[in-house]
Design a protein around this ligand. Structure first.
Ligand code: FAD
Length: 498
């Protein structure tokens, strides 16, 4: 029996389930081309795979490492050398992947066997039992279920501190000039440098910089990144988790999604290490709770919603948004300081933190009306931690409200929110307090126009009633001027002139 370890399963979880005779890893370049992935994502993926193969060999395992343009080509080579072999694999996270490769394997005369994917905290049947026949999902209930199931931050059946979440304490903007501790980064070694050359040669014209790669590519480096976060940055993770600041790309975020998504770190060990630091007494409850919620709540919930709702989720478009991506997403200059800063961050490192993704990038796309699948493909192209399972629910469900299954209302915000959460607006060419006129922040008129355009769908939501009352208090002339301004802005944005 051969165990085929995928690039996002770089972990011993499968080997603990069966004793394979040999291990197969496949570097298939087609997977990085459609859609075209960020060059640093490709380096991360292939370098982590090559390091993992090296570690397995060093521990005495037989490893077959194949490099090919397509998966079918690589599997063809494998079965030529091992006719009739059984290939076992942990359940792939991405929708349709198992069916696709299973058909190739069987077509080549092999046997394809799936194992449970132990890289999740919750197995599919447990989530399905919790979800029952729900048509929509709400994170808060799932999160409470997970706290009870794992026992994390629980005491006598109740949440530690008496509350399930401390969101109200976790919406602070840092003081002016605040500099968080710099995160631990990793200089590329010889293996990574060789991958950089492969990527330079094979993948031309992808969005993003190939220079400056510093992501963890081994389990050891993942553990060091975890240690650095827990010791130096977890303490203020809570209060600043929603902040939008210009002077720091990482703030107090963990930067662990690449290592988690590759399987280098297991979510349980990440949470347990953070909890052990909290137990020493120096981490506020609001910070540890906020972090635990991201991992045992959001991360698991997003995966299982994806698993249950595909392929419909990827096709969803309840707002019928149809605009193509405007040039600013590909780095064309824009005077919107928040957008240019965050898109440049994605170009440089393939990273932006959650609120930058949700309340700047996706919010802008929502208000402007970008077609959901186009934005999804952009997110795949722009981030090192991208994966199908995490993109579709976050981009289409949370970001674009293309489907109602994840939230009851869109995450739409005007410039006021961006100004409140940080300092991008302070030196921006646009004025955040203005809605009309050449200098007005584009988020403002786009926001009101969006709300007016989708009134029929949104007005019934009790949380939006006040907003429509505010809109109705404006006189009709002003309303028309705002909508006209939004229309003109959309034309400028489409032409790359804003
Ligand atoms: P932290 O802020 O330190 O959070 C800790 C961990 O919690 C993350 O590493 C991640 O594993 C998990 N987490 C938190 N929120 C989410 C969430 N909504 N969904 C899944 N996991 C979550 N995450 C990805 O891993 N890959 C993506 O391609 C991706 N695309 C996104 C696109 C949009 C539009 C949005 C709104 C969110 C996206 N996310 C994605 C979720 C989240 O933004 C990232 O996981 C997070 O920013 C990664 O940075 P971090 O490790 O510093 O996270």
């Amino acid at each position: 029996m051969t165990l085929w370890i995928l690039g996002d399963q770089l972990n011993h979880a499968a080997m603990q389930q069966l004793s394979p005779r040999r291990v197969l890893l496949v570097e298939a370049y087609e997977l990085g081309r459609t859609p075209p992935m960020h060059p640093q994502k490709l380096v991360l993926f292939f370098s982590a795979m090559r390091h993992f193969a090296q570690e397995l060999r060093a521990s005495g395992r037989e490893v077959i490492y194949l490099q090919a343009e397509t998966l079918a080509e690589a599997l063809g080579q494998f079965f030529q050398a091992h006719p009739g072999a059984t290939l076992a694999q942990m359940q792939p996270a991405d929708y349709g992947f198992a069916e696709r490769v299973g058909a190739i394997v069987e077509g080549l005369g092999g046997i394809y066997r799936l194992l449970p994917n132990r890289l999740w905290l919750l197995q599919p049947e447990e989530f399905d039992r919790w979800a029952g026949n729900r048509k929509t999902y709400r994170l808060e209930y799932f999160y409470r279920f997970m706290r009870q199931r794992t026992g994390y931050l629980m005491q006598g059946g109740q949440p530690v501190g008496g509350a399930w979440n401390y969101d109200a304490e976790n919406r602070k903007a840092p003081p002016p000039g605040y500099q968080p501790p710099a995160p631990r980064r990793f200089a590329p070694d010889a293996i990574t440098l060789a991958v950089v050359e492969t990527v330079r040669e094979k993948f031309r014209g992808h969005f993003g910089s190939l220079e400056g790669f510093e992501w963890p590519v081994t389990r050891q480096q993942g553990l060091e990144a975890l240690e650095d976060f827990v010791q130096h940055r977890l303490v203020a993770f809570g209060p600043y988790q929603d902040a939008l600041v210009e002077q720091s790309w990482s703030l107090h975020h963990s930067l662990l999604s690449p290592a988690l998504n590759l399987g280098l770190l297991h979510p349980a060990e990440v949470v347990e290490r953070a909890l052990s630091e909290y137990e020493k007494g120096s981490i506020p409850l609001a910070s540890i709770e906020g972090f635990v919620r991201q991992i045992i709540g959001w991360r698991e919930y997003i995966y299982h919603v994806y698993r249950r709702e595909m392929p419909g989720l990827l096709e969803a478009n309840q707002l019928q948004a149809s605009r193509p991506l405007p040039p600013l997403f590909w780095g064309a200059p824009t005077r919107m300081r928040c957008m240019s800063t965050v898109i440049e961050r994605a170009r440089q490192r393939g990273y932006a933190h959650h609120i930058e993704r949700l309340m700047l990038l996706a919010n802008f796309a929502l208000l402007y009306g970008i077609e959901p699948q186009a934005l999804n493909a952009w997110f795949v192209a722009a981030f090192v931690d991208s994966a199908d399972w995490v993109m579709a629910p976050n981009v289409l469900g949370m970001g674009l409200f293309a489907s109602p299954i994840l939230s009851s209302k869109p995450y739409a915000a005007s410039g006021k929110y961006i100004a409140r959460m940080g300092n991008h607006c302070q030196h921006c060419a646009f004025k955040v307090v203005e809605t009309l006129g050449e200098q007005a922040c584009p988020f403002n008129s786009l926001y009101w126009d969006f709300m007016a355009r989708h009134r029929a769908l949104l007005e019934g939501n009790p949380r939006l009633g006040v907003l429509y009352k505010t809109w109705d208090r404006r006189n009709p002339k002003e309303q028309a001027a705002i909508r006209q301004q939004a229309k003109e802005l959309r034309q400028c944005i489409a032409q790359g002139e804003l």
